[in-house]
Design a protein around this ligand. Structure first.
Ligand code: TEU
Length: 528
């Protein structure tokens, strides 16, 4: 690549604004909090920040229900503050990504309010998916599509007093837009311009494979081809138009494209479509050397022909935190298992999470890091009467939802609410042991998870941009080299692993044994 494209090897830090840092002391994280912590983020060494939706929102789904894509929610700050934040971050060499939610809007969005007021058959309703119901009196939903919230068996249709039903793949407060309508496309291209004009370097596209729907809205057949609402061909035309906008600003896309089929996934990664998309393969991969190696190989193979960098994700605001997941016997990504309260061993989970950090930061491509992952935070248990995530309510309480990974961060051990904010209790309760994970403590401890992340991010450029070569290793050991002459070894086997002889140790996720060998669930970086 003639000119270095920063996004091909970046470390992107996901800021869940509501829970990052509370600048005004009202219990909710905000832009003032982020601005005050920019030195921390610069010190961590991340290249970019991805902000989860910070727009005006009734917060029925943590801001993924947007009422105005061009305004900052007053709980977070103002547009002027967002502009300042983007500029201040850039001065520190940190780029900004915003999170665009194109599949649906909030039911408080002016378009949806106008559609409700205008009534059945109106042009205002054409911006959404309104339909009469089935059954003799229209009392049955127009089709049988399943909710996109894990654990939910509720219909994706809600009936209005005027008889019409409207489609919402997520909550009833998130009506789906009709992407066959030209005004919807125009509006979103304008929204992209609005944020690129304000200096953002990229955009995360929420639920990117869901926007286009079969205009007939047919029932969901077994193995439908094409699928009525997932991964439809129309999407590629939409993203090609988006790419033309992004190219005017050198902007970058990362699509949230959840697709089981690698070949179909890769079709979004084109020079005239998305630059990158999240690769979630680690989220469902057990802590097993063979399976991890296969996940890496599959990911690299699917990216090779399309000239898009791979991305690596250990955790985000929708899944169980890494430490808790890896502390379990079955380390797979499974909301139901979480609901059943499968036991987890925090010490084991932390050891593996540290090793996984060195593994993912050594791989070619972009790494996404979710706030608190660098502190080794575990999933928190939220008392039922404090849960806010709609997933919990939509599943009738059978799934605890995603609040356990969204708890406000601990900054200062000795302060009220672990220094998240000063006056009011945080919007989600922090576990009693939260101060032990606080940033100030970890900064003073050279063996903390935070120190490991900081050192690893600083050393990561040594791996260079070159490809990965697997090295021969015994059972249960992953070993690879990168063109820069740096090696990564991860031992998942119960027996300690010998490190390659002439190599010099750069960093390890835990102590070596007395014989200088790599113990189980430990990773090391070495200079060849
Ligand atoms: O998630 C999209 C998505 O596919 C969800 O089904 C997600 O995987 C869910 O948590 C598991 O059932 C995005 C956002 O990341 C999520 O926070 C939002 O709730 C969702 O879109 C709706 O906007």
């Amino acid at each position: 690549h003639a000119q270095k494209e920063w996004w091909r090897s970046a470390v992107v830090y996901q800021v869940y604004v509501r829970s990052f840092a509370d600048g005004d002391g009202d219990g909710t994280g905000d832009l003032a909090g982020v601005r005050a912590r920019l030195p921390y983020l610069a010190g961590l060494g991340v290249d970019a920040l991805w902000f989860t939706p910070w727009y005006l929102s009734p917060m029925k789904d943590g801001g993924y229900d947007v009422a105005d894509y061009r305004a900052i929610d007053p709980a977070f700050g103002t547009l002027a503050e967002a502009e300042k934040l983007i500029a201040e971050a850039r001065e520190r060499g940190i780029r900004t990504l915003v999170d665009i939610v194109p599949n649906h809007v909030s039911d408080q969005h002016p378009w949806f309010r106008a559609a409700l007021a205008a009534g059945p058959g109106s042009p205002e309703r054409e911006l959404f998916h309104f339909r009469p119901g089935r059954g003799r009196n229209g009392e049955l939903p127009p089709n049988d599509w399943p909710s996109q919230f894990a654990g939910s068996t509720e219909p994706v249709w809600t009936r209005l007093p005027d008889g019409d039903w409207y489609l919402h793949l997520f909550t009833p407060e998130q009506p789906d837009l009709n992407w066959a309508h030209p005004a919807v496309r125009r509006e979103h291209e304008d929204i992209l311009r609005f944020w690129f004009e304000r200096g953002v370097a990229g955009v995360r596209i929420d639920s990117a494979a869901l926007l286009a729907k079969d205009p007939d809205l047919p029932d969901l057949a077994a193995d439908p081809e094409p699928h009525p609402f997932l991964d439809r061909d129309e999407l590629h035309d939409i993203y090609r138009a988006w790419r033309r906008v992004a190219d005017e600003y050198d902007g970058v896309f990362v699509g949230e494209v959840w697709l089981p089929d690698a070949e179909r996934f890769a079709r979004y990664l084109r020079p005239d479509e998305l630059h990158t998309a999240f690769n979630f393969s680690f989220l469902s991969c057990p802590w097993d050397a063979g399976r991890l190696r296969a996940a890496v190989d599959t990911t690299l193979a699917e990216h090779a022909p399309v000239d898009a960098p791979a991305t690596w994700v250990l955790c985000n605001h929708d899944v169980t935190r890494t430490v808790t997941r890896y502390g379990r016997e079955d380390t797979g990504f499974d909301f139901a298992a979480k609901a059943l309260g499968i036991p987890t061993d925090p010490a084991l989970g932390t050891r593996r999470a540290r090793a996984a950090a060195l593994l993912s930061l050594a791989l070619p491509g972009t790494v996404y890091l979710y706030q608190g992952e660098e502190l080794g935070l575990p999933e928190a248990e939220i008392p039922a009467d404090r849960i806010q995530d709609p997933m919990y309510f939509r599943s009738q309480g059978s799934d605890p939802g995603r609040d356990g990974c969204r708890v406000p961060l601990p900054w200062v051990a000795g302060m009220p609410y672990a220094g998240f904010g000063s006056q009011q209790e945080p919007w989600l309760p922090q576990p009693v042991d939260w101060p032990s994970y606080a940033v100030d403590r970890q900064q003073r401890d050279p063996h903390s998870v935070l120190s490991l992340y900081r050192e690893a991010i600083a050393l990561r450029p040594l791996f260079g941009d070159g490809p990965l070569t697997w090295l021969p290793a015994s059972d249960g050991v992953l070993a690879f080299a990168r063109a820069g002459g740096v090696l990564c070894v991860v031992n998942l086997a119960p027996t300690p692993a010998e490190l390659p002889a002439p190599a010099r140790l750069l960093l390890s996720s835990g102590p070596l044994d007395e014989a200088g060998r790599l113990p189980q669930d430990t990773a090391a970086w070495l200079r060849a």
